[in-house]
Design a protein around this ligand. Structure first.
Ligand code: ADP
Length: 542
């Protein structure tokens, strides 16, 4: 028997309609690439999304067509998020940090029809355009007077294109499983793979993100996503903030610039900021150097790679900012877990508390997780057993775009293999020990590179750390600690190694430390262990 409730589709259009009705004056502040700080509101952003939808029709875009963006976080990108998806087309957010050959691959694979791009990415696109047969037009995200010299054709100016369009649009009533957005994961092997989100998964993910035990957003909040809108939808904040009615502060190209982030936080009264650890290293260094404070900031949500406890402590002790560690991935829209202490945990002492907080947290309602051994047998959730982490849920991908066979990544019961190795404790807290490809196997035992890296960066001489496995005749592999030293410091290697004593088993302590000027990163800002392993392929412990 069916219930007698309304079957209204879960669509992104409903988020837009809701915020346009109830939070139309709530601000959306951006740093733009062409005109500095820009002040807008949900009401204005969504009016202009109507104009985007008309412009897409004018450019010949059909439902289901992929429309790409190559842009930083700002109001224009937000207008495109809604204008493209709500008109029934697919928003393909492109990561400009990908290698040129990867950009060509994904644009051709997605068969993007139009590319909307920030002016600073024009030179890059000019070098690639003749390899992109599906692209029918380029639109530069700027105003007429700032329109740069152009070699691409046909090319339009965003503001001129919008100015002729009507401010109202008859939005189609979409089926909730209509594809809404596409994001490619960089992937550690092979070509990038496209994750194709739909309206339903996006709404459910955004709904969950607002919940108190997840991001806990409300209309009293001012949210600063320092995570790019070109990678995993800025962790869903462009959808969750209008649902919560939270003011949105978009940092444009100033993602890793401590001074600009501080100015935005103080100037706009930011209460919650989200980002990867690298971003917060930059902000904390700036605050230390300048002696400045972040008075309004209450919480940071840190994920994308492991957040060291030393960072949480610095935020809390120096700036009264509480850090929630979070974990997720492109295939999960991305939220998979967020760390919040359970009620009974208030009585833990500082070190017990830190032990829990270092973990990546618990899954929200909507995500199931389990760990399995090599034969897919489920392992106990006791905080000790570790194995491959599998997930399933409403906002988890069940395959990749244009890839019919998902048997590489999904089992017969629909569980997705994350490629991460983890433990889950009796309270449901997830602890990521490594990516499957990065675990170090020494004498048959596994060593967690993440745990060692977190301990290493707590030393004042270490600015960044990575641990990789080096081939070893007796043990198979042994850990090598690669560090970038704090500026102007000759690192005290013995002191750094002594940090590990008593914190990990003796046999897990790295055999050696080596210093480099720079640690290589992937396009999504993670340490590229693959490149590092290639770099140290001939290393021997001597
Ligand atoms: P890409 O491979 O394109 O960088 P993602 O952004 O989807 O893709 O990265 C997801 C991966 O990032 C996860 O599978 C996990 O390995 C890592 N990750 C994300 N958050 C954390 C975290 N808090 N701690 C450790 N690893 C994390």
């Amino acid at each position: 028997m069916h219930g007698k409730m309304m079957g209204t589709s879960l669509t992104i259009t409903e988020i837009m309609r809701f915020a346009d009705r109830l939070y139309q004056d709530t601000e959306v502040i951006s740093i733009t690439t062409d005109e500095g700080v820009h002040r807008s509101t949900y009401g204005k952003v969504f009016k202009r999304s109507n104009q985007v939808a008309h412009a897409l029709l004018h450019l010949g875009v059909q439902p289901g067509d992929r429309v790409a963006t190559l842009a930083w976080n700002d109001h224009r990108h937000m207008e495109l998020y809604y204008g493209i998806s709500c008109s029934g087309a697919v928003l393909h957010t492109i990561n400009p940090r990908l290698f040129p050959e990867q950009l060509v691959y994904i644009i051709n694979h997605a068969e993007d029809r139009i590319i909307f791009l920030d002016p600073m990415f024009l030179p890059l696109m000019e070098t690639l355009a003749d390899k992109l047969p599906s692209v029918k037009a380029y639109v530069v995200l700027t105003g007429g007077e700032k329109m740069p010299d152009r070699k691409l054709s046909p090319i339009h100016c965003y503001e001129s294109l919008l100015s002729d369009q009507d401010l109202t649009y008859e939005w189609p009533e979409l089926d909730e499983t209509t594809a809404s957005a596409l994001c490619y994961t960089s992937g550690t092997t092979g070509n990038p793979k496209g994750v194709l989100y739909d309206h339903r998964s996006t709404v459910l993910h955004a709904y969950a993100a607002c919940m108190p035990n997840v991001l806990g957003l409300s209309h009293d909040d001012v949210v600063l996503p320092v995570v790019p809108m070109f990678h995993v939808n800025a962790w869903g904040t462009p959808y969750a903030c209008p649902i919560a009615g939270a003011k949105l502060v978009l940092p444009g190209p100033k993602m890793a610039d401590g001074e600009s982030l501080h100015a935005l936080i103080e100037g706009e009264g930011v209460t919650i900021a989200l980002g990867v650890p690298t971003v917060w290293f930059a902000l904390l260094a700036y605050l230390k150097e300048s002696g400045k404070a972040v008075k309004t900031l209450n919480r940071t949500i840190v994920g994308g790679s492991a957040c060291p406890v030393s960072m949480m402590e610095e935020f809390e002790e120096q700036h009264s900012v509480y850090t929630h560690h979070a974990w997720g991935m492109t295939e999960m829209s991305p939220l998979g877990s967020v760390n919040r202490l359970l009620p009974g945990m208030g009585s833990l002492n500082a070190s017990e508390r830190n032990e829990v907080r270092a973990k990546q947290g618990r899954a929200p309602f909507g995500v199931d997780m389990k760990i399995v051994d090599d034969d897919s047998n489920e392992l106990p959730q006791d905080g000790v057993a570790f194995g491959d982490l599998k997930v399933r849920g409403w906002w988890v991908a069940d395959g990749y775009f244009r890839q019919d066979d998902n048997s590489d990544t999904h089992d017969g019961d629909g569980w997705f293999s994350t490629g991460d190795v983890a433990t889950i404790d009796q309270y449901g807290y997830l602890n990521i020990t490594d990516r499957t490809k990065d675990v170090i196997k020494s004498g048959g035992e596994w060593i967690s590179s993440i745990e060692l890296e977190n301990l290493a960066v707590a030393h004042p001489d270490v600015a960044e750390a990575a641990v990789i496995g080096i081939k070893h005749e007796k043990w198979g592999e042994r850990p090598l600690l690669v560090i970038v030293a704090t500026e102007g410091v000759v690192p005290d290697e013995t002191g750094i190694l002594s940090l590990f004593k008593g914190k990990v088993s003796d046999w897990c302590i790295p055999d050696s430390i080596t210093q480099v000027d720079e640690i290589p990163h992937t396009a999504t800002g993670k340490i590229s262990k693959k490149t590092l392993r290639e770099q140290f392929a001939n290393y021997s412990f001597g």
